[in-house]
Design a protein around this ligand. Structure first.
Ligand code: FAD
Length: 281
């Protein structure tokens, strides 16, 4: 039995081969009966057309889909038009984000923070969408302080968010602390941990430096010591991430959101180790 809801995150493929490959990946992951699959927006220079096209496919496959929606450089008029397009497609869940610009660009646009976007979506569309927002157990890299970041999270809740998905982390205590601090502030949103399987040392270390997620020293050193030994990296990564998921569940995490990186093998193996039965099995 899949006791807790699962969700999977994908990015829109740039090339036709990637689109084909992602279709096969999704079919394998659907065996775990996800609550929804989400598709990133604007990340890595992708366009909203790519996000919307992938979301459309997921809906056509009979699955719940969430469109990520970032507001960097966006005008109210453009956001209004895109929300109408998503509603017409049958999308009922959004992950509302500020987004990131390549360094050197100003923020631009008519929205400064994700809380402004959440408030706008609520004002424009009422309860048409379930709105997810981002949370940072290890603090967003641009935040003035952990407390300021927590206040920014509370502002997203007050603006109308329904639930949150965290940046990935490998330190469960950071997650528990964040969740409990948010509760103390009166923010009772479900905070779903974002889980990043470890499949490649170089990719993980590069990503983590960019987004401010901490790879603990003991994990980093071991990954580096494996060098080119991809099998050992994968085996070690599965152990680390499975143990993290177990701890999160024991500590009361309400669900799990997997950053799949458009791959299925590691997520499926972690699910198997956690005893999550494929649907119908
Ligand atoms: P915000 O909540 O607006 O916070 C941004 C910064 O501003 C933080 O440092 C915060 O502390 C600060 N802040 C907020 N409000 C205030 C205020 N009133 N006064 C002062 N400071 C304030 N990026 C993409 O481009 N596309 C995606 O699809 C995408 N998906 C993501 C999914 C998840 C689950 C997560 C965790 C992140 C995702 N990101 C994505 C990355 C995200 O866009 C970046 O982390 C971005 O830098 C912050 O977005 P946010 O929505 O958390 O911003």
């Amino acid at each position: 039995m899949n006791a807790l809801p699962l969700s999977f995150e994908f990015f829109p493929p740039k090339a036709p081969e990637g689109t084909e490959k992602l279709r096969a990946v999704r079919q394998r992951l659907y065996a775990l009966a996800p609550e929804f699959c989400s598709v990133t927006y604007g990340a890595g220079g992708s366009t909203h057309e790519g996000t919307f096209a992938t979301v459309r496919e997921i809906l056509a496959e009979g699955q719940g889909a969430a469109a990520h929606f970032s507001c960097i450089g966006a005008t109210r008029e453009r956001v209004r038009a895109q929300l109408a397009e998503l509603q017409a497609m049958g999308v009922r869940r959004l992950v509302a984000l500020r987004g990131d610009l390549p360094s050197g660009y100003g923020l631009g646009g008519e929205f400064q923070y994700a809380s402004d976007l959440v408030a706008f979506i609520r004002a424009e569309t009422g309860r048409a969408f379930h709105i997810e927002v981002a949370a940072y157990p290890e603090t967003h890299p641009q935040a003035r302080s952990p407390e300021a970041d927590l206040q920014a999270f509370a502002a997203k809740a007050r603006a109308g968010a329904d639930s949150a998905i965290t940046q990935y982390f490998y330190n469960a205590d950071a997650y528990f602390r964040f969740r409990d601090d948010a509760l103390r502030l009166g923010v009772a949103l479900p905070v779903v941990p974002g889980i990043m399987p470890i499949t490649s040392a170089t990719q993980l270390l590069r990503f983590s430096d960019a987004c401010g997620a901490e790879v603990p020293r003991w994990v980093r050193l071991r990954l580096q010591a494996f060098g080119d030994d991809a099998e050992s990296i994968k085996a070690f990564g599965l152990d680390v991430v499975t143990a993290l998921c177990e701890r999160l569940v024991q500590g009361g995490a309400p669900a799990r959101h997997f950053y799949t990186m458009n791959q299925s093998a590691a997520t499926l193996e972690i699910a198997r180790r956690l005893g999550l039965a494929p649907a119908g099995a």
